[in-house]
Design a protein around this ligand. Structure first.
Ligand SMILES: O=C(O)CCC(=O)C(=O)O
Ligand SMILES: [Fe+2]
Length: 303
């Protein structure tokens, strides 16, 4: 008999975990059960967890070292660098810069060379309707490709670019300039082996500019196909938030999107911690991909 109750929420991914108070320290058995459920279901929802910042930090630390948000220093909680406020509340008299966080498909921090392993998001206030979050299973996205397509995507490296975060134009230009300067484009393999489950997953999303070595024209249809395939409704769990839901997701095998379908005059206030991932990928220089014109010149020069 386990210590926690796990109830599946979606066929592709998502499970609810009850029978545990996350304000209390975890014992080894509960930790192991949570990890097993997490590896199986990718997204765990812990309802009714009224945690304060320190309690969320303490719970998150059970799963690894915490991200201190150096990649996006402007958006962290000044009192707790481990915490990022994803909120539309006013901060210092101005609308929060994170009110439009996550509006296109992505995994957290893939625009860095240390994408987040996991993220934990606690809902403190929510609008009366809308503001759900979508999660898509990227193991299934890989496993349901044809064999030759799987072999092809294994050869691809995608260029992740912070400037493709949706809604950056609505943020403070100085902060955006800092964000771009500290986060040059980075290439990551499109197929990754999950270090804990050993399963292969795609690493995709809409913050990808193209594939290393391919022109923009070549990359776009491949990328669109892969993103559309991966976000097929049957691979998606849609989370409708309740106050005090703590949701923990695995960025190594899913992508997510925060829907903007709510009245922005109503508060949506979420507290995020992230678990540090492994170093991966490499920075690419601008203009490294061949362009059509240069290819045409190359052809002209040999003919
Ligand atoms: O606000 C949300 O539902 C999720 C936003 C997001 O992408 C994140 O916190 O990583
Ligand atoms: Fe995110």
């Amino acid at each position: 008999m386990g210590q926690i109750n796990v109830e599946q929420l979606g066929f592709a991914l998502g499970a609810q975990v009850t029978g545990i108070d996350l304000r209390q320290p975890l014992n080894d058995l509960s930790r192991k059960e949570i990890l097993d459920a997490w590896h199986r279901h990718l997204v765990l929802v812990f309802p009714d967890q009224d945690l304060d910042a320190n309690q969320q930090i303490a719970f998150s630390r059970n799963f690894g070292e915490l991200e201190r948000n150096d990649f996006q220093p402007h958006y962290r909680d000044p009192d707790h660098p481990e915490i990022l406020l994803v909120t539309n509340k006013h901060l210092n008299g101005k609308p929060s810069e994170t009110r439009n966080t996550g509006r296109n498909w992505h995994s957290d921090l893939t625009y860095t060379n240390r994408p987040a392993k996991a993220s934990l998001l606690l809902c403190k206030e929510r609008p009366p309707v809308g503001g759900d979050t979508l999660f898509a299973n990227l193991y299934l996205a890989y496993e349901t490709l044809s064999k030759p397509m799987r072999a092809f995507v294994e050869t691809l490296e995608a260029i992740h670019d912070v400037s493709l975060i949706k809604g950056l134009e609505k943020r403070d230009p100085q902060k955006v300039a800092d964000l771009k300067r500290t986060n040059p484009p980075v290439a990551h393999a499109v197929v990754k082996v999950h270090p804990e489950t050993g399963r292969k997953a795609l690493l995709l999303g809409q913050r990808i500019r193209g594939f290393v070595g391919y022109t923009e024209e070549e990359s776009a249809p491949i990328l669109n196909f892969l993103n559309e395939h991966a976000s097929s409704p049957e691979f998606v769990y849609r989370h409708r938030w309740s106050v005090n839901d703590l949701v923990m997701w695995d960025n190594r095998c899913l992508m997510h999107l925060a829907l903007p379908d709510f009245d922005q005059t109503k508060t949506r206030h979420m507290i995020r911690t992230s678990i540090l991932g492994e170093l991966s990928g490499y920075y690419v220089k601008d203009g490294e991909e061949p362009e059509k014109e240069s290819l045409m010149q190359a052809i002209a020069s040999v003919s």
